[in-house]
Design a protein around this ligand. Structure first.
Ligand code: ME8
Length: 528
């Protein structure tokens, strides 16, 4: 069985999750479910990034220990995944987990053994909010006399301390060669070009340890005399954080069963952390002699009614309230259908309602409900036998037949937006077909033809529902239940109904005549 290993970014648990986090988790979950349904041995990693100065400062402000803060909020994140968003992760990693400490220390040792770490003094600007160093030119002083990082607008403080450095400059050429040889490594292209331009301008060595606080993974004892020091160093939080992806694949245990998942097939991250993932991470891995992940997909930001979400604006949206208001399936669908994954987009109440009523209720919901009701009422609740197929029947069936292949192509590049667009185009056509054929008239004039039209429509609904299990697990399961489709294979977690998912191996089956159906109830009620 082919493996597929994918990851989200690991969130800072210095606060509670917002819908920007939810957006990333839902999209990655849709990808994971799609691959499971399509027969892959999937490993899906998510979790929290718990070390660093930001965590230590927030904990101090709250008068608790960093570990208490991390545990409290990591639990909130995990609970959101489990109880609100139905995220099908395989491991929720915390960077305070014991195996992660071992892993981060081992990658450090390997980078050191490669001659890529040296001891020096760091002096420059550090943004605690971004957990990131900035050069003088990358900062400016605002009207209040506060120095800010120009790119992110966060406050920076002058930092001068002994530090270990990573020879990032040495990897300028190897990185550029890697991008060139692997054009799918960074997506979308506009983001890839940003990264490439930045690397082409030349890379400076990177400070990778801190001595001014202690909430981090200790730097392992150096093996070479010139690296010895009396000071206690903890790793720069990004060295530790990025390494979570290999910890999740069993590193460094040579006997780990999880090893088969590395290299990762996909890292899903937001646009603000592309440099860490597309420059630092591959350079660390090259240095440590570890294979590089296959792809980094950079998604856009989700804004609230067109505005950036922030605590100070008071417009941070919490995922649980959202799901309670509209229902989880609607939220998941909206997030992927409303705007392309690589672009920024906005959440608006009206936008969600429009999607819910137009796309789900009026379109897919009505088509399923009308065809199932006709079968239930007029055909003894049994899926009919189709007669000879007309050209229109054949055309609709051919369109939907090709949809799995279309989805595979779009999912390969995380284009969920177009994948759903293609499904809805077929639903539009099927609705037109249904209106055109008028099975409710055929009922009196040509029952055999009515049966064929209903059979064709149910077959379209079956295929669409099979695919939609990835996006809207609950609603799609209800549809498949309503069609009397048996769970076909172990394609992931059991759903709320107790039914296992139906794998895409069932794609070429046809809906079987004679299958009994229950009295149908609408799967997508309107939002009033
Ligand atoms: O960056 N819309 O953690 P984080 C969409 N710990 N995505 C958003 C978003 C928004 N409004 N706001 C944030 C970190 N994100 C590091 C990652 S990975 C080894 C370490 C995304 O909690 C953001 O881009 O600030 C990132 O991918 C994820 O949420 C976690 O952000």
């Amino acid at each position: 069985m082919n493996t597929y290993y994918l990851t989200t970014a690991i969130a800072y648990p210095n606060g509670e999750p917002h819908i920007g986090h939810a957006y990333e988790y839902v999209a990655t979950d849709v990808m994971a479910r799609f691959k499971r349904l399509d027969g892959y041995d999937v490993r899906f990693l998510t979790g929290t990034d718990e070390h660093g100065q930001k965590m230590q400062q927030t904990a101090q402000d709250e008068g608790i220990s960093p570990l208490e803060l991390a545990t409290r909020n990591a639990d909130v994140f995990q609970k959101m995944d489990d109880e609100v968003l139905d995220i099908s992760y395989d491991r929720f990693i915390r960077t305070t987990d014991a195996d992660h400490k071992a892993s981060a220390q081992e990658i450090w040792r390997r980078m050191e053994a490669a001659g890529d770490i040296y001891l020096d003094t760091y002096s420059g600007w550090y943004s605690v909010r971004d957990e990131r160093f900035f050069t003088e030119e990358e900062t400016h002083v605002n009207d209040d006399g506060v120095r800010l990082a120009t790119e992110t607008g966060t406050e920076v403080t002058w930092t001068e301390e002994e530090s270990y450095f990573f020879r990032l400059s040495k990897y300028t050429e190897p990185l550029l060669e890697h991008y060139k040889a692997n054009p799918d490594f960074i997506a979308p292209t506009t983001r890839a070009n940003e990264v490439i331009r930045f690397v082409e301008s030349g890379l400076e060595d990177l400070s990778i340890s801190r001595t001014s606080f202690d909430w981090g993974i200790p730097v392992p004892k150096p093996s070479r005399p010139e690296l010895l020091t009396d000071k206690n160093h903890v790793m720069y939080v990004w060295v530790d954080a990025l390494t979570n992806y290999i910890t999740g694949a069993g590193f460094p245990d040579p006997d780990s069963e999880l090893k088969r998942y590395w290299p990762a097939d996909l890292h899903v991250i937001g646009k603000d952390i592309s440099r860490f993932h597309c420059i630092f991470w591959p350079a660390f891995l090259m240095s440590a002699g570890i294979e590089l992940p296959k792809r980094v997909m950079i998604h856009g930001f989700l804004n609230n009614e067109g505005e950036k979400m922030s605590k100070s604006l008071g417009n941070v949206v919490h995922p649980a309230g959202w799901v309670e208001r509209y229902g989880l399936d609607t939220v998941r669908f909206f997030l992927l259908r409303e705007f392309p994954f690589g672009s920024d987009g906005s959440y608006t109440h009206d936008g969600v309602i429009r999607r819910k009523n137009a796309d789900l209720s009026n379109n897919l919901g009505n088509l399923a409900q009308r065809s199932l009701s006709m079968v239930y009422k007029n055909l003894d609740a049994q899926v009919p036998e189709p007669g000879e197929l007309t050209q229109q029947d054949e055309q609709i069936l051919a369109e939907v037949d090709g949809l799995l292949e279309t989805w595979r192509e779009y999912f390969e590049v995380q284009d969920f937006y177009r994948a759903l667009g293609a499904a809805w185009k077929i639903l539009d056509h099927t609705n037109e077909y249904f209106a055109d054929q008028q099975p409710w008239v055929l009922r009196k004039t040509d029952e055999a033809r009515m049966k064929t039209v209903l059979w064709v429509t149910l077959e379209v609904v079956r295929k669409i529902a099979l695919l939609l299990q990835a996006v809207m697990p609950e609603a799609a399961t209800k549809l498949l239940d309503a069609l009397g489709i048996e769970a076909s294979a172990d394609a992931g977690k059991t759903n709320a109904s107790g039914q296992g998912p139906r794998s895409y191996a069932a794609w070429d089956d046809k809906i079987a005549a004679g299958t009994s159906i229950d009295k149908p109830t609408p799967v997508f009620p309107r939002h009033e």
